[in-house]
Write a protein that binds this ligand. Structure first.
Ligand SMILES: [Zn+2]
Length: 150
């Protein structure tokens, strides 16, 4: 079975985080990366199954440390698919300041939430609903999102 994640190394051999197995294989076929560490004897076309891949060309790591572009999937990933209020598994996104009250789709105003908490909070702020955020939402860097699963 394919691993879910593959470690990504820079051409300078510094680890850059993780990418999905699928993404790593694409990088091999696009010839932007080579197998750094192989996984068993299996092959995908001309390539060994990667446990780690290494970029062919050095990239300045700075881009990894730039803020990640906003996405709902990114919010779930940043919050490790855990509800920002109760910590159980989260599949929905809650607007801390509700959209109806001007709260936007931003990293700071959205958290992963389970449907129970999302429903309970409704159209209120956490303070109004008597709910407390477990962590203050932050704007992650690309590197932070890259090393988080899923
Ligand atoms: Zn919850």
């Amino acid at each position: 079975m394919a691993p879910t994640h593959v470690t990504l190394y820079n051409a300078s051999f510094e680890p850059l985080g993780r990418v999905s197995f699928k993404h790593a294989v694409k990088m091999l076929f696009r010839e932007v990366a080579v197998v750094h560490e192989q996984l068993g004897d299996r092959m995908i076309g001309p390539h060994q199954w990667p446990k780690a891949v290494r970029l062919v060309r050095y990239i300045k790591t700075h881009w990894m440390y730039r803020p990640a572009g906003y996405s709902r999937a990114g919010v779930l990933r940043r919050d490790r698919h855990r509800c920002g209020y109760c910590g159980s598994q989260a599949k929905t996104i809650d607007h801390i300041v509700p959209q109806s009250r001007g709260g936007g789709w931003t990293w700071q105003n959205t958290v992963a939430a389970c449907s129970d908490c999302n429903g309970k909070k409704g159209n209120r702020t956490p303070a109004e609903a008597g709910m407390r955020l477990r962590e203050t939402p932050y704007q992650p860097t690309r590197a932070q999102l890259a090393v988080l699963p899923g």
